[in-house]
Ligand binder design. Structure first.
Ligand SMILES: Nc1ncnc2c1ncn2[C@@H]1O[C@H](COP(=O)(O)OP(=O)(O)OP(=O)(O)O)[C@@H](O)[C@H]1O
Length: 950
């Protein structure tokens, strides 16, 4: 039995309407938002304009209000102080009969850059514009908020990066259960996989988010207001929804009242929105105005609530424009139909961002050879959401393969695509009535390319390529209309005239002809009047204020005909008009004015006509985007010598695999991987030998393959992987600011809960964040659990060499090693992988290469090899001995354990001290220790022994 509980009666958390960032109101933000206290206190006394200001501040109390006054946007009181500080502009004052108020303003012409700075400072900005001609207004000019600019709903081209810009909305739904558990899509997947074990770990309860309170379905909807893309999904695992948020990286998240942002690790602007928008019926009605049957699109109530509230919020930010005409395709998706990739995996594999902050060294930078903005965004989507369906993957690969063969076609298509504008955003502007004549010409330029693209692709054989070609609707009607109607190089402002082509509209042509003839008549007037009056210096001119005039110098005033009427007296001349001139002037002005308004009307009609075709333009954009990505992947494959991956069920087998990013910046040594018979590999080797690179390249190959790309290898046989997990030991992740052992363990927990036999797991020195004994024990237990209980394909890089014994004990576990070569005391890393476990760690060599002073290096060598006379650690040791130059840390480590028995023939206190010292030395990570630290620790160890001896 399942029933839903009205979320209105079950508020999980308290939220405020003020700006929150990461759930925390920013200090000082409140003073800038809402109506200023100083004004509300004496409200009745305010001037009508300030009353208007206060009312707008009240209506948009979660945004910083910019209030148009002529050519400026102004803010007052707390808001003025804020913008003066944030924008580094002067704080002035406004004085009126009711008082003096702090004031600061920004010029409208330059507003975009200022708005950007305010967005960066986490403000939402409500723009209140004069919506009435100031000259025609009686009393105070009418003003209204025409736009609320927020990070997730930006539509201004100047403020948008080329990538996707999402605002997401989260809603939850309590499901009270008696017999069953969970209703949301995917619930059964989790349930079926739940396993209780002796150790108390349940293998897959609740997906990657860990165990959660049963009975809540979470939904996320997201929209890119600049393009109209809209999707929603839900799941009863909070972890799955959190992963979706990670994947999309929204710029802003709107929260339903029952959802707490702490549940989702949100690190962007958080917007608690009007609770009534989340009311189920209200939300359903809102969705219905975009998709007539919400239930046919969405699967559960929380999806409809998230979708409805998100649409309401998006409309609210677009203020005057109401419904979003370009959001035409509401879609629902199942996150489990895509390869799982959470934020940790994306980050540690440097997919979109490099851990060192270097954007060149990312997978997307390697792949991004797209020709147009549409393709760039599509590439991003393919990479964020690799596929699971083999047939769909193969279809993409077929198309890519065909384009790798047909290089002439490919390069010609790419060249044509370079002429394609961002028609997805452009048509969004068209449907919001914001497109200008240049936008329409850009649409036409794009449409002009379409027939040539179809021609180039006429012989396409692969299904997807042929589908792309056939889907290229050239919108001949729209193209023809723009060609006939809009000038080739129109002005940016539609009010400037000169937008509509001569011959498109008879009325406009007549008006233009009248105006033109009038101007010609005036142009000839000077000649005619000079002849008629005999005044050679007579001239005809025009001023904005006085209009047309005939000018006669004072010396010739006697010759002025009677019908001349005086208009203006200057120092040396007089200006006149005649009834005829006045009549023509009226004709010219009237015709020009009517031509402008006719032109404006025609333009807006054409724009509406095109807006009605939004859906077709969007479909064309989709096909152009896919085509661009397919050509890009083929181009990258050819340029970098990638191979087509083959899918099967035998496990991962890669010949001469490479790391797609590292190989672009350094000479690279390819390596094989064979994880078919033994899918669990323990990877050993010295520091810097290439273990992490090797593991990451395997994961990147899997991701590339499932997005439909060729891969950096000579051959790659792969299974379809349901999810890639990467967990790196704590100290490797310092750049991510999460260097705690706790975090490391939380991530390992995610793997143990979320991984399946179809997952690919990378564990890089897991356990290193704690003491050697604990770390080693945890590493072993994790390995055993993944191997015995989950069966995921796993690569585990480790310095715990005892772990390699597992390869002997368990089937399906192999050891791999990265070798290094030591010649004449110099270590060279070969970066080649081989079977077996490495015997030396070369940690001391790496310390030396990193610049650790020679005395410390030498002393470290002595300590790890345990060879020094008078060394307190070896004084009881008659068997230690030198290892003839091979300062193998591992060998020495084993010697230590075998030969030094701290309790032998010593008193118990001394034995205890020695045991402590041995443990401390073993846990010392020389490569990570600074020279000073090393000396201090050595000094401390020595003192403890000395104290003991005296
Ligand atoms: N196959 C390769 N060919 C060329 N260079 C490589 C190769 N593999 C790794 N490298 C380079 O070697 C360096 C060390 O690689 P990596 O970080 O993978 O080593 P590691 O064994 O994981 O080290 P540690 O144990 O210290 O984390 C990097 O600069 C990397 O670019």
């Amino acid at each position: 039995m399942v029933r839903t509980v009205n979320p209105g009666t079950k508020a999980f958390t308290e939220v405020t309407r003020k700006s929150l960032y990461n759930g925390v109101p920013r200090a000082g933000m409140d003073a800038a938002l809402g109506p200023p206290e100083g004004m509300t206190a004496s409200r009745e006394d305010l001037t009508p304009m300030m009353t208007q200001y206060v009312e707008l501040c009240e209506a948009y109390d979660d945004a910083l209000l910019l209030f148009q006054m002529g050519d400026f946007y102004e803010a007052f009181c707390g808001a003025a102080e804020t913008i003066a500080r944030e924008l580094e502009i002067t704080l002035t004052q406004r004085e009126d009969s009711t008082g003096t108020y702090p004031m600061a303003g920004i010029p409208i012409d330059n507003a975009v850059t200022y708005v950007e700075t305010l967005l960066d400072a986490d403000y939402r900005i409500a723009i209140a514009e004069q919506v009435e001609d100031a000259d025609e207004a009686t009393g105070v000019v009418d003003r209204a908020v025409t736009r609320v600019v927020t990070p997730g709903t930006v539509v201004e081209d100047e403020l948008l990066a080329p990538g996707n810009n999402y605002v997401a909305c989260l809603a939850g739904e309590m499901i009270e259960t008696s017999e069953e558990h969970g209703t949301g899509p995917g619930a059964t997947t989790d349930e079926a996989a739940t396993t209780e074990t002796d150790g108390g770990i349940s293998a897959k309860a609740g997906g990657s988010g860990g165990v959660e309170p049963s009975g809540t379905t979470y939904a996320v909807a997201f929209v890119d207001v600049s393009t109209g893309e809209f999707r929603a999904t839900s799941d009863d695992s909070r972890g799955t929804i959190r992963d979706e948020l990670d994947r999309l990286g929204p710029a802003e998240v709107v929260l339903a009242p029952e959802v707490s942002c702490g549940d989702f690790d949100i690190d962007c602007m958080v917007t608690p929105y009007d609770e009534t928008a989340f009311d189920t019926e209200t939300a359903r009605e809102r969705v219905a105005s975009y998709a007539p049957q919400p239930e046919a699109v969405f699967e559960c109530e929380s999806e409809i609530r998230a979708a409805g509230a998100l649409l309401a919020y998006a409309e609210h930010t677009q203020a005057a424009n109401g419904e979003l005409g370009h959001v035409t395709r509401l879609t629902r998706y199942d996150p489990r139909e895509r390869m799982g990739l959470d934020a940790t995996a994306l980050r540690s594999l440097d997919v979109f961002e490099n851990r060192a902050g270097d954007d060149d060294h990312t997978l997307v930078a390697v792949l991004d050879e797209t020709a147009c903005a549409l393709g760039r965004r599509e590439l991003d989507r393919w990479l964020r959401r690799p596929l699971l369906d083999q047939a769909t993957i193969e279809a993409r690969l077929d198309a890519v393969e065909e384009l790798t063969r047909e290089s002439l076609v490919r390069e010609e298509v790419r060249e044509l695509l370079r002429g394609v504008y961002d028609i997805e955003r452009l048509v969004a502007r068209v449907s919001r009535n914001r497109a200008n004549a240049r936008d329409l010409r850009a649409l036409k330029t794009t449409l002009d390319v379409v027939p040539r693209l179809r021609e180039e692709l006429s012989d396409a054989e692969s299904d997807l390529l042929a589908e792309c070609r056939d889907g290229l609707d050239g919108l001949d009607d729209v193209r023809g209309l723009i060609g006939r109607a809009i000038q080739a190089e129109p002005p940016a402002e539609i009010t400037e005239g000169g937008v509509i082509v001569q011959g498109f509209d008879d009325d406009l042509d007549d008006l233009r002809a009248t105006a033109r003839e009038g101007r010609e008549w005036v142009a000839n007037l000077e000649e005619r009047e000079r002849e008629r009056t005999g005044i050679d210096s007579l001239s005809v001119g025009h001023t904005e204020v006085h209009g047309y005039y005939i000018e006669v110098t004072n010396a010739n005033l006697d010759a002025v005909p009677d019908e001349y009427t005086r208009r203006q007296t200057l120092k040396n001349s007089e200006r006149f008009y005649t009834p005829e001139l006045e009549r023509h002037e009226d004709e010219i002005l009237g015709a020009a004015e009517r031509a402008d308004s006719r032109e404006h009307q025609l333009f807006t009609d054409i724009r509406s006509e095109i807006a009605a075709e939004t859906d077709r333009v969007q479909r064309l954009a989709d096909h152009l985007a896919s085509l661009d990505v397919l050509c890009t992947l083929a181009h990258v494959a050819v340029e970098n010598d990638y191979a087509r991956p083959e899918f099967g069920n035998d496990g991962i087998a890669i010949r001469d695999g490479r790391h797609p990013v590292v190989e672009r910046h350094a000479e690279f040594v390819p390596n094989d991987a064979d994880l078919c018979e033994e899918p669990f590999a323990i990877v050993t080797g010295p520091n810097m030998a290439g273990k992490s690179t090797y593991m990451r390249q395997i994961a990147l190959i899997a991701i590339l393959a499932q997005m439909g790309s060729f891969v950096p290898a000579q051959e790659a046989h792969l299974p379809v992987v349901d999810r890639v997990f990467t967990r790196v030991g704590a100290s490797d992740d310092i750049a991510g600011g999460q260097s705690t052992f706790m975090r490391e363990m939380a991530e390992v927990t995610d793997v143990l809960h979320g991984a399946t036999a179809e997952s690919l797991v990378l564990l890089d020195e897991v356990g290193r964040g704690t003491s050697t004994t604990d770390g080693e024990a945890i590493a072993r237990a994790v390995t055993e659990f993944i191997h015995d209980e989950i069966g995921a394909t796993t690569l585990f890089a480790t310095h715990y060499h005892d772990l390699t014994e597992l390869a002997e004990e368990r089937d399906g576990v192999q050891t791999l090693q990265f070798a290094a070569d030591r010649t004449d005391g110099e270590v060279t890393f070969l970066h080649t992988v081989a079977e077996g476990a490495a015997s030396a760690s070369y940690g001391v060599d790496v310390a030396r290469m990193a610049g650790v002073p020679e005395p410390v290096v030498e002393r470290s060598r002595e300590l790890v090899s345990g060879t020094v006379d008078q060394d307190p650690l070896s004084e009881d040791d008659g068997k230690g001995g030198h290892d003839d130059g091979d300062h193998s840390g591992e060998a020495a480590d084993r010697n230590d354990r075998r030969d030094i028995d701290p309790t032998a023939e010593t008193d118990p206190d001394e034995a205890a001290i020695r045991a402590e010292i041995v443990t401390e030395l073993r846990s010392l990570r020389i490569a990570e220790t600074t020279p000073v630290e090393a000396l201090v620790r050595l000094d401390g160890l020595k003192r403890r022994l000395d104290d003991e001896n005296h």
